[in-house]
Design a protein around this ligand. Structure first.
Ligand SMILES: Nc1ncnc2c1ncn2[C@@H]1O[C@H](COP(=O)(O)OP(=O)(O)OP(=O)(O)O)[C@@H](O)[C@H]1O
Ligand SMILES: [Mg+2]
Length: 741
């Protein structure tokens, strides 16, 4: 009945408007017979708009909904819409286009659709891809565009992020992370399934986008049918144009809604405290509208959320008639996806009719800095910092350091407001600091990160001469050397820097090379089932929940799964118990485990298992009652992580093997003793150097796994070296004895 009613509505509106302006695109669906014939890559904006206004959807043949038509009205007001003809002319006459348009002008949502109607990739069974540096953006933009095109997410419009493919055989437009597209290139170096590729947010200069740019430049030379668009709100257009052989530039001026920028008159001493104070001020003094605050990391964000909630409760109890409710929502990359979705929930309503309105405040890392539209955000608070990767090739440590953001980042942050209504951005630094102290653009990631994974991928892509690869900014030779050295020690590259058979398989796994190596080596230690679980658990956010007001209970719950000398085995135990209890969410809740995270670990495990089967890597386990059960697992882990090992010195500190960095066990480690040798999953640099997720290892395993890496001639003098020498001597004399006998 409901549908009938809306048809009637349409009909009555139609008859009333028959005499209205016939050129009105919203009414073109009334003139079915007038739909033009479209020849791919020769379409005009007017023709495409007629299809968009037709009664049925070109992509799935279903009638368009009223919601579609409502959104269409807003889409036609976006700044990029005015330049649809100009855009089409440029892409029809040039293979590569650089596009710069204000935040919120409609780049990410509209440009792929413009290309879609011009390309009609469905006719040739091809697709259009639009990359995003962040998963949360790829997912949310795909959802929005599925709504805009009136299709079901995952059908004609989908997304693909690591371990989650929400696309189907019908998909013609795919949003994906840059990393996923790079991975696809490994098996299809010409990216032949795509007729058009859009590299979005290119200003972020992520490692993957930079590599993709180099690859695509080459692919474009080989495939004249491929079209490439590189876009952002804040990129250095000249640099990109000259990199892409003087590709033309399309500039889209104009914002959807204005954003007023406010600076602090004096520098703030404590940005966290200032950010919290600003949230409270906005909530008590400013007009309705939600708030987005940028902070630097999980701990800081959780701390800020707690403090904001505490302060608000005080204010509400003191002035219930004047202060509305405030819903505080954290956002950071390790938060499980369904928790991340909370940022899109509505603000709370007034507590009583006519009372002060409620508000939502999202406290986020820079994962919300680009691309996202969070409907309702009016105020942005930008303290001017983010955590940025830095890599020190000398000691092989990659870490995240809180550093000032760039002007481009500040502009992106402000651009999260003003999308669905006018906005305000409060910068918690002075205008002078903005002008004089912030660098223009974010420093490219390729210049400040470990390249192990990416070099393996490039090798798999057949790029042999890495030194002469066409990087927009070439990485430091020392960093490249370190990556080659790592892959050589792991056995992925031989001494001639060629990919080995193992290297080929390692590259297939969407994992760090160390994890991939541990997984591939695990059958020879009769524990591939277990390593597979550990790898899956390490690939999802932390499954252990530790609420601040229930730390003791949470720690007691975790102790049930504890393995006395291995955090990795604690993860394995937790997963086994979860399966033992039928993956029961209730049981997880009672045991302070995140059921959704464990479910997603299960899903990751299943995907990796399929990859193992494809490469004939057997799934085996040691008998649980066998004395070697636990040792075998740690031994297999060591075959991937023998370069991430630390030795306990007599002074009680750990020293990393070969690099001699003083480190401590991270407070989250659950080891009951301090073993002499440990391997670690992660080096965390805060005020102190920590190693996180740690397991005891036997030194003789290290010598056996990589005699090259543990070649004492190239080992700096330290207690660890002397201990290893003693063990090596023991092993040698045992061997001699055996021979003698
Ligand atoms: N989920 C959404 N809900 C409501 N409106 C939306 C949504 N997504 C996009 N919009 C509207 O579409 C406009 C264009 O969004 P789009 O993401 O295409 O902009 P953009 O040019 O890519 O911006 P940016 O440079 O910030 O990535 C927004 O300003 C907003 O008005
Ligand atoms: Mg965008």
């Amino acid at each position: 009945m409901g549908k009938r009613k809306s048809d009637e509505d349409n009909d009555s509106r139609a008859s009333k408007s028959k005499s209205a302006d016939e050129s009105n695109p919203y009414l073109a669906h009334l003139n079915v017979q007038k739909l033009p014939k479209m020849t791919p890559r020769k379409t005009t904006a007017e023709d495409a708009e007629k299809y968009e206004a037709a009664p049925t959807n070109l992509f799935n043949g279903r009638p368009f909904s009223q919601k579609y038509r409502d959104i269409m009205v807003k889409r036609r007001l976006l700044p990029v819409h005015k330049q649809r003809s100009e855009f089409l002319e440029l892409v029809q006459n040039n293979q590569i286009l650089i596009l710069v348009g204000e935040t919120g002008s409609g780049k990410t949502t509209q440009i792929p659709q413009f290309l879609l109607y011009d390309d009609m990739p469905q006719r040739s069974g091809m697709q259009i891809a639009c990359t995003q540096p962040r998963r949360v953006a790829a997912m949310s933009v795909a959802k929005r565009v599925a709504d805009e095109l009136d299709v079901v997410l995952g059908e004609e419009v989908g997304y693909s992020i690591r371990f989650e493919d929400c696309t189907s055989s019908r998909t013609v437009l795919k949003y994906c992370t840059d990393g996923m597209l790079l991975r696809e290139a490994m098996n299809d170096p010409l990216l032949s399934r795509y007729s058009g590729i859009i590299l979005d947010e290119a200003h972020e200069r992520t490692l993957q986008t930079d590599i993709l740019m180099g690859l695509l430049k080459e692919v474009c030379r080989k495939r004249s049918d491929l079209r490439l668009i590189v876009m952002s709100a804040t990129l250095d257009a000249g640099k990109f144009q000259s990199y892409f052989d003087d590709a033309p530039l399309l500039v889209v001026p104009g914002r959807t809604f204005p954003v007023d920028i406010f600076y602090t008159p004096e520098p703030e001493r404590d940005y966290l405290e200032a950010a919290i104070r600003t949230v409270l001020q906005i909530h008590t003094c400013e007009d309705p509208g939600d708030i987005l605050v940028f902070l630097t990391g999980e701990e800081e964000i959780e701390d800020a959320c707690r403090k904001i909630s505490g302060e608000i409760n005080h204010l509400i109890s003191a002035q219930p008639d004047h202060v509305g409710d405030l819903k505080v929502v954290p956002l950071y990359s390790t938060l499980p996806p369904q928790m991340q979705q909370k940022i899109f929930e509505d603000a709370p309503p007034p507590r009583k009719k006519g009372g002060p309105p409620g508000r939502k405040v999202v406290v986020s890392t820079n994962i919300a800095e680009t691309s996202l539209t969070i409907d309702g955000i009016v105020y942005v608070i930008d303290p001017g910092f983010s955590k940025q990767k830095v890599y020190n090739p000398r000691i092989r440590v990659e870490s995240l350091l809180v550093s000032p953001i760039s002007k481009a980042s500040a502009q992106q942050r402000a651009g999260r407001a003003g999308r669905t209504r006018p906005g305000k951005c409060f910068r918690l630094y002075t205008e002078k600091a903005f002008k004089n102290d912030l660098q223009e653009q974010t420093y490219p990631e390729i210049l400040r990160c470990n390249l192990g994974s990416v070099v393996l991928q490039l090798k798999k892509l057949g790029i042999d001469d890495l030194v002469h690869f066409d990087f927009m900014d070439a990485p430091a030779p020392e960093t490249l050397m370190r990556a080659l050295e790592l892959l050589n020690f792991l056995g992925a590259l031989n001494d001639d820097i060629e990919l080995t058979d193992i290297g080929v398989i390692m590259a297939e796994f969407p994992l760090d090379p160390q994890l991939a190596k541990a997984l591939i080596s695990s059958p020879s230690h009769t524990c591939s089932n277990e390593i597979l679980t550990i790898v899956a658990m390490l690939s999802v956010p932390n499954a252990f929940i530790r609420p601040n007001d229930q730390r003791k209970q949470a720690d007691e719950a975790k102790a049930q799964f504890n393995h006395p000398d291995s955090d990795h085995l604690t993860l394995l135990n937790a997963y086994h118990e979860y399966k033992e209890h039928g993956s029961d969410a209730q049981w997880c809740f009672a045991n302070y485990l995140n059921a959704r995270t464990l479910k997603s670990a299960d899903n990751v495990r299943e995907q990796l298992k399929r990859l193992m089967e494809r490469h004939n890597i057997p799934l085996v386990s040691t008998d649980f009652n066998d004395k070697q059960y636990w040792n075998n697992i740690r031994h297999a882990l060591a075959s991937g992580f023998f370069m991430q090992v630390a030795h306990l010195e007599r002074n009680g500190h750990y020293l990393t093997a070969k690099d001699n960095q003083v480190v401590q066990l991270h407070p989250s480690c659950n080891l009951e003793t301090k073993p002499e040798w440990v391997l670690y999953n992660e080096f965390v640099l805060t005020q102190k150097n920590y190693i996180r997720t740690v397991s005891e290892v036997k030194p003789d395993w290290l010598l056996e796994i990589s005699p090259d890496y543990y070649d004492m001639k190239r080992f700096p003098d330290c207690e660890g070296k002397r201990a290893l020498e003693r063990i090596a001597a023991k092993i040698a004399s045992k061997k001699k004895d055996k021979k003698g006998k």
